[in-house]
Design a protein. Structure first.
Length: 318
């Protein structure tokens, strides 16, 4: 199974905590909205309400906003209008990322970046560089990822944004970890964690716990330490009902139990991960879960179940 890294997306992360009452309220306001700008702002807020918990629905709202932005009659001349349009493309990119559609994510994110740089909105550009870096990372393009994340880190340092700095450090650590430089990876993860602890950002703290756990998963004699960090992560993502975080955390814990040959526990956690991956339409996550289940059933000599899961885990390359 592809071990699941959790990302920190800097200052403009779409809303991760779903609130049905707020969605209902925004939907009613949207029905009464008359002006295009007002409609776009509400659609952006609606997309943000779903974020990583329901990226397909978030993308639906973002696409509706984009349809208004892209219409010839919509005025995007002024800086305020351009900033609103950039937020729409950012949401399209973020939702596409969560859906595993990295090519589309990059197109939309770069469109947002172009606008933010044009209007000299540093905070927005810093956030987008972070998204772009993590998207390149997910595609295995580590040099492009590192370049974007260093740009994000520099801009966040310039603006004195500790949350953004921690996110960039986390992303850079992800790259070192993928390059098997565990010493540098831990160095940057703990720098990120130090900032998170000082700011009390629990959900981002959870993500860093997860990633530290991933480093320890690469060391055969550190599986207990890895499990400890993943359980810390799980406690926090469950507390905040972060479905994407829960999907990843369950999967990583399941992987550890597989390696520890505790297959009953491994199945429990991988099935939990699969259920959420399907709920949020995470195609790559769903495929990874099926492959992990296949490996577990193979270890249990249940070859029919193993083959069925491996077949479901086949995912066309993007």
């Amino acid at each position: 199974m592809l071990k699941k890294t959790l990302y920190i997306f800097f200052s403009l992360l779409p809303g991760m905590l779903f609130a049905q009452s707020k969605v209902d309220s925004l939907t009613k306001v949207l029905a009464l909205a008359q002006q295009d700008t007002e409609k776009i702002k509400i659609l952006v807020l609606l997309a943000g309400q779903f974020g990583s918990n329901d990226p397909a629905r978030a993308l639906s709202y973002a696409n509706k906003a984009a349809a208004i932005c892209d219409h010839p009659t919509y005025d995007t001349i002024g800086p305020a209008s351009k900033k609103i349009a950039a937020s729409v493309y950012r949401n399209q990119g973020a939702s596409s990322f969560y859906l595993g559609d990295y090519s589309t994510a990059l197109v939309k994110l770069k469109r947002a970046l172009q606008i933010y740089e044009e209007i000299k909105y540093t905070e927005g550009a810093a956030s987008i560089y972070g998204w772009i870096g993590n998207t390149y990372y997910s595609r295995g393009e580590f040099e492009n990822a590192l370049e974007a994340l260093i740009l994000a880190l520099n801009l966040h340092e310039k603006k004195g944004n500790p949350g953004g700095m921690a996110g960039a450090l986390n992303g850079i650590a992800n790259i070192y970890q993928s390059q098997r430089n565990t010493k540098k990876a831990l160095e940057y993860y703990f720098k990120s964690l130090k900032i998170r602890l000082s700011t009390g950002d629990s959900i981002s703290m959870a993500y860093t716990y997860n990633n530290i756990g991933l480093v320890y998963m690469t060391e055969a004699d550190s599986l207990d330490k890895a499990l400890d960090y993943h359980l810390k992560c799980l406690y926090l993502v469950e507390r905040f009902a972060d479905k994407k975080g829960m999907e990843n955390s369950y999967g990583n814990i399941g992987e550890i139990y597989t390696w520890k040959k505790q297959y009953d526990k491994a199945l429990v956690y991988q099935l939990k991960s699969l259920k959420i991956a399907q709920e949020i339409a995470d195609k790559s996550g769903t495929a990874a879960c099926y492959n992990s289940l296949g490996k577990i059933y193979l270890k249990l000599n249940e070859y029919g179940k193993a083959l069925a899961n491996f077949e479901k885990g086949l995912l066309p390359a993007r």
